[in-house]
Design a protein around this ligand. Structure first.
Ligand SMILES: Cc1cc2nc3c(=O)[nH]c(=O)nc-3n(C[C@H](O)[C@H](O)[C@H](O)COP(=O)(O)O)c2cc1C
Length: 147
């Protein structure tokens, strides 16, 4: 088990801009997009609201492996989290996604469509992607519990 460290959680909260998620299609072709709703769910999982339902979503149906990147020059923090995604289209997490979309809709004064799914990602590796010698080092070994 990999526990998401407090430093990683803090960066998700404090960074400017979205995180990025990479997926792979059936032929091995990579795809990377920004997901502003991508956040920490709990000590072991990330999650985001899928509202597009296009390449990323289709890729996840065939291959659940993902890599997520977040980086902040201002906070001098940068991580890559790898894991496996689960598509959630009903139940508590999906309802949480619906609620969050409704809040965003009323904040923006627009009517956004219902989420296609909530995507829950079980994290199994965390790396630093800072510039310099720390970059590429497996962060989980130094800052999280690996059982
Ligand atoms: C700043 C920003 C934040 C975004 N956040 C989300 C998001 O939270 N959920 C989502 O489904 N799409 C989000 N998108 C849209 C995706 O980046 C992308 O357009 C969508 O997944 C379709 O691309 P794909 O076919 O490669 O998946 C966001 C785009 C931008 C520019």
């Amino acid at each position: 088990m990999v526990e998401i460290s407090n430093e990683v959680k803090k960066l998700f909260e404090e960074k400017e801009g979205p995180a990025f998620i990479a997926t792979v299609d059936g032929g091995g072709k990579p795809n990377v997009v920004s997901k502003g709703s991508l956040k920490v769910l709990d000590d072991e999982h990330l999650w985001y609201i899928e509202s597009a339902g296009k390449k990323t979503y289709e890729n996840l149906k065939k291959n659940p492996h993902v890599a997520v990147a977040l980086a902040s020059q201002e906070k001098m923090g940068a991580y890559q989290l790898r894991g496996k995604a689960e598509l959630v289209t009903e139940g508590r997490l999906y309802e949480q996604a619906v609620k969050r979309m409704e809040e965003i809709s009323s904040k923006l004064g627009v009517s956004l469509p219902k989420p296609i799914a909530a995507i829950r990602i079980k994290v199994d590796e965390i790396y630093s992607i800072l510039p310099g010698p720390m970059g590429g080092e497996r962060f989980a070994n130094m800052h999280a519990h690996v059982i």
